[in-house]
Design a protein around this ligand. Structure first.
Ligand SMILES: Cc1ncc(COP(=O)(O)O)c(C=O)c1O
Length: 463
């Protein structure tokens, strides 16, 4: 066998072993920073090594440093797992090594991306003539959407931003709520709007209210972009789109939705009410690597205004020929060379179908509710935010001493994580520490829910 074949066999065996152990291995990484650092603390090698040695050494040195988010007992951040077809397809993406930049560079990558985008619009119930981009993640989906928005609102104000940039342009306000994800802030910075032009509606409520939005838009008066939430990653709150978007329309603004995971609520008849009216927006960001359970590097942006989107992204060069009717990805995505990330998305959608995606969403929401209620019923626990969609918050208070309650909350989380039975991440909610319960993995079932509750019960007894 060739070295290449042996290296692939090693990787495949390690991957199979990793997946087979997801139910029994620690749900979180266990090695310390010092030990992980020491394993890789070596100068650049002068001479290369055999591929098999490289792969074997990587597998060995990764032990203990891998988080178990591919498994069903991982409830930290908002990190999905990976479906079998999406994983296998992702291996092929690397083996095929296609450059999904434009049709002539990889015909099949272009054709699959075109179909995948059409399917994603159908999945979410978004306008069929929308354009789309497939990005690294929601971060760059936001940047792409807000670039399209920037084009449109400035063009309406008589300014060509692609030609003339932002120096001297009318000031554009980006208006959003307090519970936005900070990837919105970075997109605003990357696009040159500046943090000072990010207007935060700092309401008491967890979502933006109609009056506040109306007031903020009227106060600014000039070109504006509104960014709304579906959903926030602490309490699963979705802004009331059906009311807010018509208000934004009256002010002639662009509405972008951060639907990193919440856009998937559109797929479920049980959860859809949370995002009623979401289809009225101008652009939407989401992550296939969250609730669709593809491997990472699968962000999605969908845009009602294809002309603005293309104007913001399109590229040409002397050495490329257009795809003549086929999709040239560089016209829509914020990158030139890129992996064929549509392929795992296509695979996951084919494997699951609409019903399978809806089932993952429903199961995650039900399991989230069960974990929050189950831990909340333990002595010494308090529910801060009951499950909404796939998110909920818990706290382990100390009577009369909020700071001690913060410490105890962190200690309980650390104890659960150290047990390896489940993994939770923490947050600060309204100034106080809380345990986040966040689910978006197809593998989570009743057993994983019970193990998480039991591990928390043991932690409460121990700290
Ligand atoms: C609501 C929300 N928006 C944006 C992001 C950023 O997504 P990405 O990490 O894919 O850029 C996240 C990530 O968890 C999120 O939950």
């Amino acid at each position: 066998m060739s070295t290449e074949s042996d290296a692939l066999s090693l990787a495949e065996a390690a991957a199979r072993d990793w997946l087979a152990g997801l139910g029994t291995r620690s749900a979180g990484a266990s090695a310390s920073f010092d030990s992980l650092y020491a394993r890789f603390d070596a100068p650049l090698p002068e001479q290369g090594q055999l591929a098999t040695d490289v792969v074997a050494s990587l597998i060995e040195r990764a032990q203990g440093g891998l988080q178990g988010n591919a498994g069903g007992r991982f409830f930290g951040w908002v990190i999905g797992g990976v479906t079998p077809a999406a994983l296998a397809a992702d291996w092929l993406v690397s083996a095929w090594d296609q450059n999904a930049a434009l049709y002539h560079v990889s015909p099949i990558a272009s054709v699959i991306e075109q179909r995948t985008g059409e399917w994603l619009k159908q999945l979410f119930g978004l306008p069929g003539d929308s354009s789309f981009a497939l990005t690294t993640g929601t971060q760059m989906a936001h940047a792409t959407a807000l670039a399209a928005a920037r084009h449109r609102v400035l063009k309406t104000a008589g300014w060509d931003v692609e030609q003339d940039g932002l120096f001297g342009a009318p000031r554009v306000a980006v208006i959003t709520g307090r519970n936005r994800h900070t990837s919105v802030d970075r997109a605003v910075r990357l696009l040159g709007f500046g943090q000072a032009n990010l207007h935060i509606i700092d309401s008491q409520a967890d979502t933006v209210s109609p009056d506040e939005l109306d007031h903020a838009l009227a106060a600014h008066g000039g070109p504006a972009i509104v960014v709304l939430n579906a959903a926030d990653l602490n309490v699963g709150g979705c802004d009331p789109f059906a009311t807010l978007i018509p208000i934004a329309r009256r002010h002639d603004t662009w509405v972008h939705i951060d639907g990193a995971f919440g856009l998937f609520a559109t797929v479920s008849s049980q959860q859809r009410h949370h995002v009623a009216g979401i289809e009225l927006a101008d652009s939407w960001s989401t992550d296939a690597h969250k609730w669709l359970n593809t491997p990472f590097d699968c962000g999605v942006m969908i845009c009602r205004d294809a002309e603005a989107h293309r104007a913001a992204m399109t590229q040409s060069a002397s050495y490329i020929a257009p795809g003549e009717g086929a999709r040239d990805e560089i016209d829509w995505n914020p990158e030139w060379s890129r992996r064929a990330r549509a392929i795992p998305i296509y695979a996951a959608l084919s494997e699951l179908g609409r019903a399978g995606v809806a089932s993952i969403v429903d199961r995650c929401c039900a399991h989230c509710a069960n974990i929050v209620a189950g831990i909340g019923a333990l002595q010494g626990a308090e529910i801060i935010a009951p499950a909404q969609l796939n998110q909920g918050l818990l706290r382990f208070p100390v009577t009369g001493d909020d700071d001690a309650g913060d410490d105890r909350t962190e200690q309980v989380i650390a104890h659960v994580n150290a047990s390896g039975e489940a993994f939770f991440s923490s947050t600060t909610w309204k100034g106080r520490k809380a345990m986040r319960v966040s689910l978006c993995n197809w593998r989570t079932g009743d057993d994983e829910v019970e193990r998480a509750i039991a591990a928390t019960k043991r932690a409460l007894a121990a700290v």
